[in-house]
Design a binder for this molecule. Structure first.
Ligand code: SF4
Ligand code: SF4
Length: 125
């Protein structure tokens, strides 16, 4: 497993468990191991695809606990050093990206933000 920055852990967050990057699928955000507000029930033994997915919060030391996706309701991701930020609009909170502080800062800096939703639609903000 690639570690998150600063030994970060997903903790109670399961926000990416509905992403196509995990064995789960969009439209059914909770897999059998997902315990909302508790976390992944098999965290140490979760599938490799789950271990391999590291959201922006996991890879950014400066992002604080109140910016973890279960708090913001938005999963953010970008390739290391890339100028495009991807935001996954979770099916339970599809509008949350509109209030996201990190997205606002990214846009203010003139960088590109792409929002993806459950149907695979993409929109550039
Ligand atoms: S969205 Fe990030 S913090 Fe939340 S479960 Fe996925 S990788 Fe962990
Ligand atoms: S196994 Fe754990 S990390 Fe993977 S989708 Fe299920 S709850 Fe999420």
């Amino acid at each position: 497993m690639m570690p998150g920055s600063g030994n970060k852990s997903c903790g109670e967050c399961t926000m990416c468990c509905g992403l196509p990057v995990t064995p789960n699928a969009w439209g059914d955000p909770w897999c059998d191991h997902c315990e909302p507000a508790v976390g992944c029930g098999i965290y140490d033994d979760r599938p490799q695809a789950c271990k391999d997915y590291l959201c922006l919060w996991m890879t950014t030391p400066a992002m604080t606990l109140d910016q973890r996706p279960e708090q913001t309701k938005v999963v953010l991701w970008r390739d290391k050093g890339a100028a495009t930020l991807y935001a996954y609009a979770h099916p339970l909170w599809p509008e949350a990206y509109k209030d996201d502080q990190t997205i606002a800062e990214w846009l203010a800096a003139g960088l590109k933000v792409i929002v993806m939703d459950t149907s695979g639609r993409r929109q550039r903000l």
